[in-house]
Ligand binder design. Structure first.
Ligand code: RB5
Length: 147
């Protein structure tokens, strides 16, 4: 079976944790695509959120991971794209519910507010949890404007 392609990106605030999460994903056997940033030098989060969101929007990847300081800027930018549901998760339980109820397809980690160990737990829960469908499906369908 081909390894699942997972794009990952951060700004400077998420850079250090991105490197750790990337190593973790690679060790888990995923086909990780690092879309930057490449250092801790100050940069603009939308420049990374949009390319990643385009991968989800186009179907090139089914799931992705973004990181910034609070998770908010990345989620705002990514969620402008059709069919992208980017969830900021600071606890494993939130990542789990974002998958089960909201069919989140992008995990956004608030790198300045979670430890590295917690970040890995949140990631694992996001990857391991399936969307429940059922009553949640019509709600998720209603997220897209004009449908
Ligand atoms: C960068 O300082 C910070 O503003 C950014 O990482 C993020 O938290 C924005 O939402």
């Amino acid at each position: 079976m081909m390894a699942e392609r997972i794009p990952i990106a951060s700004d400077h605030a998420g850079f250090e944790m991105k490197e750790k999460i990337k190593a973790k994903l690679t060790a888990m056997g995923y086909d990780v695509h690092d879309l930057g940033t490449t250092s801790a030098a100050s940069t603009d989060y939308p420049d990374y959120a949009h390319p990643l969101a385009r991968e989800i929007e186009s179907g090139a990847a089914a799931r992705g991971v973004l990181l910034c300081g609070t998770g908010l800027g990345m989620s705002y930018a990514a969620n402008r794209h059709p069919n992208v549901r980017a969830a900021v998760a600071w606890l494993p339980e939130i990542a789990e519910l974002a998958r089960k109820h909201n069919d989140a397809n992008v995990l956004v980690l608030p790198a300045r507010f979670v430890s590295e160990a917690d970040g890995e737990q949140i990631l694992a829960r996001f990857l391991d949890t399936k969307f429940e469908g059922g009553r949640h499906q019509p709600r998720v369908d209603k997220i897209e404007i004009g449908k």
